[in-house]
Write a protein that binds this ligand. Sequence first.
Ligand SMILES: Nc1ncnc2c1ncn2[C@@H]1O[C@H](COP(=O)(O)OP(=O)(O)OP(=O)(O)O)[C@@H](O)[C@H]1O
Length: 253
Amino acid sequence: MSALFFDDVSVWFGEGRDRVDAVRHANFRVGHGESFGLVGESGSGKSTIMRALTGLAPDWSGRMAVNGNPVRSGHRRDRNFYKSVQMVFQDPYASLHPRQSVDQVLSETLHLHGFRDIEPRIVRLLDDVGLGSAFRFRYPHQLSGGQRQRVAIARALAPEPSILLLDEPTSALDVSVQAEILNLLTDLRAEHKLTFLMVSHDLAVVAHVCERIAVMQAGEIVEVMGVDEMRALTPAHPYTRKLLQASLGYTRG
Ligand SMILES: Nc1ncnc2c1ncn2[C@@H]1O[C@H](COP(=O)(O)OP(=O)(O)OP(=O)(O)O)[C@@H](O)[C@H]1O
């Protein structure tokens, strides 16, 4: 049984002449403890796959399952879903409430998921994300972008999920901070035995964190490959080669 299972998943927005087919017939599985990346140009459908899974894009067909449990259509996901699946978003500035301290953010999430030993859990979560207790009573405006993203990651870890969905988790951060956050995510995956599904337009980011990669073009998965194949520049599909060449040109330039 896979941690994440997508079988013939198509996702669309709107109806009739306004209909946009954002994802078409996507198939992939992510094993327990695996780190899987979705890459492709802007508009290729990467985020839409994640949104359909979490209920933010309700119009879809096909089959999706989390740890063997089928995901139903519609907006609602039950508490069990969020016990297993948590998200880290792109923008840590938008994802934290400005009037909530770090302590409030974490204790609210822990309460919501029925934990009673809130105090030691907050201490442990801050420690896990490399912030330490000195940050506990700070507010978002007193934190840097990287520190905010660490709080967002601590909040995602609070329910003890087995799967993290990472939607461009470093693209809003300074380049100097990106590697720190990617290393933190890699360490956390090993320590907590997490499964990752990561979306990024940046092949270097995905290569840093992921073991396998699905390449998307205009709503379709055109290739699934191991990160070693990607590094060896041996992808089969011309579009993947184009993406790789573009990103190499970019890093060299
Ligand atoms: N709420 C929406 N209503 C209508 N069309 C949408 C909506 N959200 C996404 N789309 C369309 O679906 C397609 C896929 O978008 P999606 O955001 O999944 O791409 P992406 O690969 O994640 O790109 P990006 O990196 O820019 O977010 C695009 O054509 C986009 O315009």
